[in-house]
Design a binder for this molecule. Structure first.
Ligand code: ADP
Ligand code: MG
Length: 613
């Protein structure tokens, strides 16, 4: 048999390697920016065209490269960061494999310009499909600039596999967020199709988080701080009330490198146990500092998984430091007892000063007269009271044991049985339902006391109504008298612009100006005081990139209905309450809201009795 094994030509080997390292435009951004950081840059500008299909440009002011390095850097396994095997165990740089530039050059047209600080001239290198097209001496500023054009031009399968521009750009933004959060001291900018999306000056961490996630995030951050021999933990967790329905804001960094860890995530979620709803995710920005010899970043080519030698210990430290921080900022009790109500009460009511209850005094009231009438009465309910008074007065407290005392004991037992009946006897004469604390309707039912959360009932009724209408026509919208500004992060603003068509069909109209959305029209079912709540929930839905278009519509519709539930409603008349309950009964699912929250519940007679044991 003849020999069949041949070494792959370099350009093919590089293309194969590229398959692993460069999955999409965002991977190029990540690799180039990480190189710029490793080169000690203090300012990095990123310029993208068509979500990276046409151009990815990264310009830094780092240490630059010599003329020889300017071509060598494109060779596979060409790196200045690892010299010996031992270096692998003490990595302080982002890159170390020497694969990224070789991979990028294999699957795109690349132009690079670079100059070292003390050199008078720099070099320009053009490379396409791993072969150098041109190299020359040029005059350029200190630092390095990469332009990557026509990504995957020679790998059609990859190029066709790319998602729509908005999705690919979102991946770029996600990488950008992670890098910016890992390096708040570096100045960054991100431009897409000539629009500057971010311009971030060098900042302290807290401000960097707020720059990226919107100003309002600043007041929601709770600092954490813990230092042991093995690990130093710093960063922030997001207050439980702002936790999201999506995994959005969960960031772990170790030695300023972003990583994912379901195991450590579990520690944080456990610390939040009982403080957030089961379907919400806590937000966090957690920074670990660990001896580089005790972690292995070599597990995955894109390096978002990291192995920790002392992971169990770190788990315990994370759990306790988050728990402690939540306790220290007094978050635990507020949430346990107030979360639900403070959420349910609409802002306009919460802001009103409390009204003192009025006390009416009847000057003619004579308690003894009443008692006389009662003890003479013949009905069973009145009889209960007289039995009790007789029992107590006849036996007296602490009087010496007598047969009378035992008899009284049984009398009291009897009383209990009679009380049961009394409730029902009374109920016939009471109004049919009650509005409890403005938020719940109570009424008798076969199963016991039925409690309906009427805001949730409205949420279900509105959802059924608008989702039915939405199938055939856009939802009716109301123009606002004055435009209404809603603060949002740049990313949220971009998502808003991207989805204007579906939002318009839902009744929302508005433009974007910097870090705010200026609303001009809202769905007709909403009132102005519910705009913030609705918008928060709509933006959260837009942020969830796991949602298909159909799901997104459902999420936005349920955001609208939930906000409609929090609007002002007049339920002061019996008819209004009846009408509401009647509409609820005709809903597709009268037991749960579109977001799967219970609308009504029962207190069985048994559990009510248990309250009085
Ligand atoms: P790695 O980062 O794993 O070393 P890369 O292929 O990403 O491998 O880069 C190869 C080498 O090119 C780096 O080790 C570094 O010496 C040099 N290099 C790449 N980008 C820059 C840059 N922006 N500034 C200075 N040197 C760079
Ligand atoms: Mg690199």
């Amino acid at each position: 048999m003849s020999d069949v094994i041949k070494l792959l030509p370099d350009n093919i080997a590089n293309q194969i390697a590229a398959g692993e390292v460069i999955q999409r435009p965002a991977s190029v951004v990540k690799e180039l920016v990480e190189n710029a950081i490793d080169a000690g840059s203090t300012r990095i500008d990123i310029n993208i065209k068509d979500a990276g299909r046409t151009l990815i440009q990264v310009v830094d002011n780092g240490k630059g490269m010599s003329a020889a390095d300017a071509t060598l850097c494109f060779e596979r396994h060409a790196t200045s960061k690892v010299r010996t095997a031992d270096d692998l165990f003490a990595l302080s740089t982002k890159g170390f494999r020497g694969e990224a530039l070789a991979s990028i050059a294999a699957i795109a047209h690349v132009e690079m310009r670079t100059k070292e600080k003390d050199a008078s001239t720099g070099s320009s290198v053009t490379i396409e499909g791993s072969s150098i097209q041109n190299q020359e001496e040029i005059v350029c500023p200190t630092g390095t600039s990469f332009s990557v054009k026509n990504l995957f031009y020679n790998v059609p399968a990859r190029r066709n596999f790319l998602k729509k521009d908005s999705t690919e750009f979102r991946h770029i933004q996600d990488e950008f967020d992670r890098i910016c959060l890992a390096h708040p001291d570096i100045e960054f900018s991100l431009t897409h199709n000539e629009n500057e999306i971010y311009k971030l000056p060098s900042e302290i961490l807290r401000k960097r988080i707020a720059q990226l996630l919107g100003k309002k995030s600043n007041e929601l951050l709770v600092p954490i701080q813990e230092e042991t021999d093995i690990v130093k933990v710093t960063g922030f967790v997001v207050k439980p009330e702002a936790s999201r329905k999506t995994r959005g804001d969960q960031y772990f960094f170790v030695n300023n490198r972003y990583f994912k860890s379901p195991y450590f995530n579990h520690a944080i979620s456990k610390a939040f146990d009982g403080l957030i709803q089961s379907k919400s995710y806590p937000g966090y920005f957690i920074y670990l500092e660990v001896d580089p010899a005790k972690i292995d970043v070599n597990v995955h080519p894109t390096k978002t998984e990291i192995k920790f030698e002392e992971d169990k210990f770190i788990y315990a430290i994370l759990y306790s430091s988050v728990k402690q921080a939540l306790g220290k900022y007094n978050i635990v009790p507020t949430l346990d007892f107030e979360a639900e109500t403070s959420f349910e009460v609409p802002a306009h009511i919460r802001k009103q000063p409390p009204v003192e209850p009025q006390i009416h005094v009847n000057p003619d009231y004579n308690p003894f007269e009443e008692f006389k009438k009662e003890s003479l009465g013949s009905s069973r309910s009145h009889g209960v009271k007289s039995t009790r008074s007789t029992a107590i007065s006849a036996a007296g407290f602490g009087s010496s044991g007598s047969s009378q005392e035992w008899q009284d004991f049984y009398n009291i037992e009897d009383e209990k049985a009679q009380e049961n009946e009394t409730i029902f006897e009374h109920s016939e004469t009471l109004p049919e339902n009650y509005l409890l604390n403005g938020s719940h309707i109570l009424f008798n039912s076969e199963k016991g006391l039925k409690i309906v959360n009427w805001r949730r009932a409205i949420e279900r009724i509105v959802y059924d109504d608008i989702s039915q209408k939405f199938v055939s026509q856009p939802l009716s919208s109301q123009k606002l008298l004055f435009p209404y500004d809603v603060e949002a992060s740049r990313k949220e603003c971009a998502l808003w612009m991207e989805n204007t068509s579906i939002l318009k069909q839902m009744g929302f109209e508005g433009s974007v100006d910097g870090e705010k959305i200026i609303l001009e029209a809202i769905p007709a079912v909403l009132q102005e005081e519910s705009i913030n709540g609705a918008m928060e929930s709509v933006l959260e839905s837009l942020n969830n990139d796991q949602l298909e278009k159909g799901d997104l519509a459902h999420y936005i519709l349920s955001s609208i209905s939930s906000a409609a539930g929090l609007c002002q409603h007049n339920l002061s008349t019996k008819d209004a309450v009846h009408e509401l309950l009647n509409q609820l009964q005709h809903c597709e699912d009268s037991n749960f809201t579109p977001r799967n929250k219970k609308i009504s519940s029962y207190l069985s007679l048994r559990s009510i009795q248990d309250l009085f044991i």
